[in-house]
Design a protein around this ligand. Sequence first.
Ligand code: ADQ
Length: 460
Amino acid sequence: MSRLIIVSNRVAPISEGGPAAGGLAVGVYDALKETGGVWFGWSGEVLSTPPDGITLEEHGPVTFATIGLVRRDYDQYYRGFSNATLWPAFHYRPDLIEFDRHEYDGYCRVNHWLAARLAPLLRPDDVIWVHDYHLIPFAQALRALGVENRIGFFLHIPFPASQILLSVPRHRELVEALCAFDLLGFQTEPDVRAFCDYIETEAGGALTRHAKAPVEIRAFGQTLKAAAYPIGVYPDEVRALAKDGEGGRDVQIVKETLHQRKLVMSVDRLDYSKGLVERFRAFERLFEHDPQQRNNVSLLQIAPPTRTDVDAYRDIRQQLEAESGRINGRYAELDWTPIRYIHRQYERPVLAALFREAHVGLVTPLRDGMNLVAKEYVSAQNPEDPGVLVLSQFAGAARELTAALIVNPLDIDGMADALATALAMPLDERRARHQEMYALLRDNNVSVWRDNFLRDLKAR
Ligand code: ADQ
C-alpha cells in the first residue's frame, strides 16, 4: 500500500488522535495510521535564526515532520500574503486586500523551501495531499525538484468568482500553480464552478465535464481534475462527547446563570468573515421587533482572537467590543446580560455539551468554505429535544444542511425573524429538521470526505 503524505501549514498537535483534536485532524490522522506516512508542516515556532532541520517524531506508523520559520518568512508567507492578501480575497473582501510584492515573493520562496525539505523524505509511490491556501505553489515546487508522485490539493476556504480573483495581483501565476496538482478538491460545487470559469474565461483552458466524476481540465500545458468534496465531522462522536459533558461544571454554570431563559449560541474564530457584527445587530433587532423577548433569551458568543498581528483583525475585534457593549448597555438588566461575549478557547467536550444546551445555533458567516461549527451544533443535539440551526446561505454547509433555517447574513431583519421562528419552533418540527440533517452528516462524515478525495487522486 502506498504511504500517505499530508502537507498543511500547521501540523495538528495530536499524539494519538484523541478527541482533543478536531474532526479534520482526527479524520486525516486515521488514514495516516492505516497506510503509514508523514504529516509535514510548520511547527508554529517563529525563530530568530534559521532552523537546523526538520524535527521528526514517530507515532507508530506516522511520522510528524515539522520545521520552524524565521521571522521574515513568517511575516511574508504567513501573516502577509496568506492572511492579508489571499484570505480576504477568497472571502470576497477585496476592500481588505493588502498586497506587497515582497510578501508574494516570500510566499513563493517559503513554498519552495518547504518542498525542498519534504522531498528527501518521499518514496516513489507515496501519495501527497496538500491542504489550503498557504500552499498553492507547493506542487509546482515539488515538480521543479523532479518529484513525480500523485499530488492533490484541498482548498478549505471558498474559491472566489473570477471578478474577485482578478483583484489579487499575480492571480494568473496562482492559478497556473494550482494546475500543477493532479487533483483539486473544493468544498462545494459553486467553488468548482468559479475555478472552472477562471480556467475558461481568463486562462484560455478547456474543460471536459463528466456526470458524477471530477471535471477534467487542460490549462497551462497541464491536465488535472477538480471536484467538490464537502468536509464533514464524526456526528456520533460529537453526540457522545456532548452527552458525556452534560453534567460538567461549565455547562452547569451556564444553566444556573440562565435561570430558565433560552440560550442562543455561536462559536467562531474571531474573523471578519464570520459576520459577527451583523449577528449582534440581528440579536438586538429581535428585542426591537418583540419586547417580549427581552430578559428571556441570551446570546453566548465564543470567539477566540486569531491572527492578531493583521490589522483587519484588530479592527474587527474593536468593532465587536463596541457593538456588544452598546447592545448590552441598551438592554441589560440587573439580573440579565443579553450578549455574553467570550474570547476563550474551550475543550471540544465542553463546546459540544454547550451546543447541546443551546436552543438555537446561530451560524451566520458572510463567507465560509464549509463551517464545521454548524455541523457540530447539529451533531451535538439531543434527538428527542433538539435545538434549531440558523445558518447563513454563504456557508458551504448550507448546501447540505437545507433543513436549517437559512438566512442572508446581511439581512438583519431577516435574521431577527429567523431567530424568533427558531425560538418558537414546535418540537415536532425541530425533530424532523434535526433528523434529516443528522442522517446527512452521518452519510457524509470525515472518512467519506477523505476516502472520496483519495480515491479520485489515486485514479489515473
Ligand atoms: P475555520 O475558519 O477555522 O476553518 P470552522 O469550520 O468553523 O472554521 O472550524 C472551526 C473549528 O474550530 C471547529 O471545529 C470549532 O469547534 C473549533 N473552534 C472554534 N472556536 C473554538 C473555541 N473557542 N474553542 C474551541 N474550539 C473552537 C476552515 C474554513 C472553514 C472549513 C474548515 C474545515 O474557514 O470554512 O469548514 O476550515 O475545512
